[in-house]
Write a new protein. Structure first.
Length: 299
């Protein structure tokens, strides 16, 4: 009988390329991963790994097992969902990874509702950007990922997952209330606060500024959108922020709509086969029922 946990390790090796990368992703030691894969070889009765320089590579038989492993894991997710649906109570632990503004603006109301309606359900939340969270979801570290996707910069969609779009979040130009400029094109000489280079938020913001005819002066860089807002409030920079950042509720900033009214997409992702699990459905229902509405806005 092949051990499903060891098969998952083999699949992770196929995805990540090295035993060290698998160990780091799953919080194992490299020797522990090697031992488990050696045990899987004994169970399978065939050679699964062969030397390739300082690394190892999968044999054709291992590739065959990896292909079947995905089917087995999906069936296991569906079986667990069906078993949970047969019970009268939504219970257990749901491990969620979510980006910052979702944690601040969407989750508090949803978690309070879940505590009232499903007291036996424990929700554990980790703040994590989707670029990091999605591979961790596939590896089994989380049960659900709340992610964001900026227009024109789609995120990878691992074939081992199912994605469900939840809501859109309009992106706006945010300036200090004392500035006279009211359009992106008029801010070519002004400083900006942006997210770090390499993030899709930064790529989108840079592309928006270039389309307006200038290269943004990225004077300040941070992933924390509340720091963005604080710098804008202080009159130090302009920003390009989503409504869920809460900019429309601040008194010392002005929010302006951008041309074509771009929005980021907020979505949930689970492993294939898990979408019908009661704890997943309870969470997404509470989340969309309590989505926070933006505050005041300017045209």
């Amino acid at each position: 009988m092949l051990d499903l946990r060891r098969l998952r390790l083999l699949r992770e090796l196929a995805r990540r390329g090295t035993i060290a990368a698998v160990a780091e992703a799953l919080s194992y030691s490299p020797s522990a991963v090697s031992q488990q894969l050696a045990a899987l070889e004994k169970e399978a009765g065939v050679r699964l790994l062969e030397p390739a320089g300082r690394r190892v590579r999968l044999t054709p038989q291992a590739d065959l097992l990896v292909a079947h492993t995905q089917v087995l894991l999906e069936d296991m997710e569906r079986a667990e969902a069906a078993l949970a649906q047969s019970l009268n109570e939504t219970a257990g632990t749901l491990r969620v990874a979510a980006f910052q503004t979702a944690v601040l603006a969407l989750l508090p109301h949803a978690l309070s509702q879940l505590a009232r309606q499903h007291p036996a359900l424990r929700v554990e939340v980790t703040e994590l950007e989707p670029e990091t969270a999605l591979p961790a979801l596939v590896a089994g570290e989380f049960d659900l990922v709340l992610g964001e996707e900026y227009p024109g910069f789609p995120l990878p969609r691992p074939r081992e997952t199912e994605r469900h779009d939840l809501l859109t979040d309009e992106l706006r130009l945010i300036t200090p209330a004392g500035w006279s400029e009211q359009s992106l094109s008029s801010l070519a000489s002004r400083p900006f606060v942006l997210e770090p280079v390499g993030t899709t938020a930064r790529q989108w913001a840079t592309a928006a500024c270039r389309q307006a005819g200038f290269e943004p002066d990225a004077r300040y860089t941070t992933t924390d959108l509340q720091i963005h807002l604080r710098l804008v409030e202080s009159g130090l920079a302009a920003a390009l922020l989503p409504d869920l950042s809460g900019a429309g509720e601040r008194h010392d900033v002005a929010a302006y709509r951008l041309h074509a009214r771009p929005s980021r997409q907020i979505f949930s992702t689970v492993r294939s086969g898990a979408a019908r699990h009661p704890k997943v459905q309870a969470f997404t229902t509470a989340l969309t029922a309590n989505k926070r509405r933006p505050g005041q806005e300017q045209a």
